[in-house]
Design a protein around this ligand. Structure first.
Ligand code: F6R
Ligand code: MG
Ligand code: MG
Length: 389
């Protein structure tokens, strides 16, 4: 890990453009996929991490990447990369795709579970979006000091970030900076996607907070994609929210999501960003993607969802950027102050489990990932009679 001296030496890199000196922007990309679980869907085999590390190391040596880290939450492999190519860049997406394919081959060699399950296509076509992997990317001018957090979750979907993002950037009971910091007092702009209709809308908070909550309180359909500072327009957060495709009468593409959040100064403090996770709110995605469960904040080594394939987990890695290099990570939930959230998650999980196959533990019929409904309806054809008048 780079020394503290390197952090102290932070300076803004510049480029010459049309005779002017401009700050060079850095792109922070997280691209992730489940390319094979160990054991079952409960965790990650170290060989996959090693393979991805080797691939990205080569890309760093040839100058494609400034820096990278490979991590995981549960059975999801997470590629955290910095570069100067901008978001949605074909070379970076190709690199991520090739890396995930290489890890898939390792998973196949070990007959790991569901090898390559998130790589939905055989051929890369310019961008990994819509091809299975989750993507969260942002481009910005690195500040004098740039603390940044990467949240990675397993056994849930991107709507899981709605409540924490609202609390971080719009709730004064979570983020006192909204009340007492002059840099934050004007609030933030939220980009909200309707993932079923593939539409987006922007809401300014606090003015339009109540309007926004009508939508984002329904996180299976309306998801917060990004948050921006209202004064400067600077990006504060991006999630891996993606449009869902309607296939065979069902929406597919819900995925274990990631979220990147910039911190301090004009953005919430580290402790304000982590605070929402002290409450293990209920999310979709436990067992067979068909149950609600509490989102338990854990350090990375504890992200092995095993009880009833859960409960859902969130891991947070913290970095300081240093001219695009990643100083870190610190494992942010490796802190006894989150013990109570973990305990509450176990209590809430136990309470929900006692509902067995009943809602609201089980998801509503149209949101379950697994269903036997069509075949059961077919088997019972003609057995449903009209009720007597
Ligand atoms: C939930 C999850 C697991 C699997 C379950 C069945 O998101 O990944 O709960 O859905 O273990 O997996 P398959 O159908 O692969 O046997
Ligand atoms: Mg899996
Ligand atoms: Mg997963």
């Amino acid at each position: 890990m780079p020394s503290l001296l390197l952090v102290a030496g932070t300076f803004t890199r510049t480029v010459e453009w049309k005779g002017a000196t401009m700050a060079e922007k850095v792109t922070f990309s997280v691209i992730k996929a489940d390319v094979g679980g160990f054991v079952g869907h409960s965790g990650m085999h170290p060989a996959l991490i090693e393979e991805a590390q080797e691939r990205l190391e080569t890309a760093k040596r040839d100058g494609t990447l400034i820096d990278f880290r490979v991590s995981r939450v549960g059975d999801d492999l997470e590629l955290i990369m910095t570069h100067r190519e901008g978001v949605d860049n074909t070379h970076i997406h190709q690199l991520a795709w090739n890396t995930l394919e290489a890890a898939t081959n390792v998973a196949k060699g070990l007959k790991l579970y569901g090898a390559g399950q998130d790589l939905l296509s055989d051929a890369f076509s310019g961008n990994v979006k819509g091809m299975g992997p989750g993507v969260a990317e942002m481009e910005f001018e690195e500040r004098e000091s740039e603390p940044i957090l990467v949240f990675m979750a397993d056994k849930t979907s991107a709507g899981a970030w709605n409540m924490p993002l609202v609390k971080m950037f719009a709730d004064p009971f979570t983020t006192i900076g909204l009340v007492i910091s002059p840099l934050m007092h004007d609030g933030y702009r939220f980009e909200v996607h309707d993932v079923m209709e593939s539409k987006r809308i922007y809401f300014d908070s606090p003015d339009e907070l109540y309007d926004m909550l009508v939508f984002v309180g329904a996180p299976a359909r309306y998801m917060i994609k990004g948050v921006y500072h209202r004064g400067t327009g600077d990006v504060g957060a991006v999630s891996s929210t993606q449009r869902l495709s309607l296939m065979a009468g069902r929406y597919v593409g819900k995925d274990d999501p990631v979220l990147v959040v910039r911190s301090q100064g004009a953005f919430p403090a580290i402790g304000e960003i982590l605070e929402p996770f002290a409450f293990p709110h209920l999310v979709e995605g436990w067992m067979r993607g068909s149950h609600h469960g509490p989102l338990m904040p854990v350090p990375e080594p504890q992200s092995n969802p095993s009880r009833f394939d859960g409960p859902p987990r969130v891991v947070c890695l913290g970095f300081q950027l240093c001219n695009g290099s990643l100083v870190g990570p610190r494992d942010m939930f490796d802190d006894p102050s989150f013990d109570e959230a973990r305990r509450q998650a176990n209590v809430a999980g136990e309470y929900l489990r006692r509902h067995g196959p009943f809602e609201p533990h089980r998801l509503p019929l149209d949101e379950m990932e697994y269903t036997t409904m069509p075949q059961v309806v077919k088997k019972l054809e003609g057995r449903f009679e009209d009720l007597p008048e």
